[in-house]
Design a protein around this ligand. Structure first.
Ligand code: 4NP
Length: 154
């Protein structure tokens, strides 16, 4: 089975859909097989496409994420995925609380995988200015490449 990664944010309409989209294109370009999905800790936006500003930020970089639909994380996800990756420290704390003790998947903070960015959040752009989405896109691209570097090294 290919390695599987679940990206998690609060709403699953901004950061984790961008992370999923970035990971899909970068893994395809680098020819590294990986199963990718995303989810939110919250249920407010279940069934909705990504926020229009997130779609625009991705599309500005040639990536179409319009087909994604938000879903809430389920307990099974902690076993179904090799890695569950939180977009910020608050989400990481929530996931740590939810995660069954027997879960097989590893839990981590996304930017902990990026050299020099350890402990940092992919800042939630939802309530902020438009440029927050461009910053989030740059962060998820850096994270996707760093994760693939690690997978490639084995
Ligand atoms: P996300 O952004 O966690 O990156 O998808 C948010 C989207 C919606 C809300 C919060 C964050 N909300 O409170 O509705």
């Amino acid at each position: 089975m290919p390695h599987s990664i679940l990206f998690v944010c609060l709403g699953n309409i901004c950061r984790s859909p961008m992370a999923e989209g970035a990971m899909r294109v970068v893994s395809e370009q680098r020819e590294i097989e990986v199963i990718v999905d995303s989810a939110g800790t919250g249920a407010w936006h279940v069934g909705n496409p990504p926020d229009g500003r997130a779609q625009a930020a991705a599309l500005a970089n040639g990536v179409n994420i319009s087909g994604q639909r938000a879903r809430q994380i389920s307990m099974r996800d902690f076993d179904r995925f090799d890695q569950v990756i939180a977009m910020d420290r608050s989400v990481l704390g929530d996931l740590d609380g939810l995660r069954p003790e027997t879960a097989g998947g590893a839990l981590s903070l996304f930017l902990d995988h990026v050299a020099g960015r350890e402990g940092q959040d992919v800042v939630d752009p939802y309530y902020g200015e438009e440029d927050g989405f461009a910053i989030a896109w740059a962060d998820v691209m850096a994270g996707a490449n760093a994760l693939l570097d690690k997978l490639e090294r084995g």
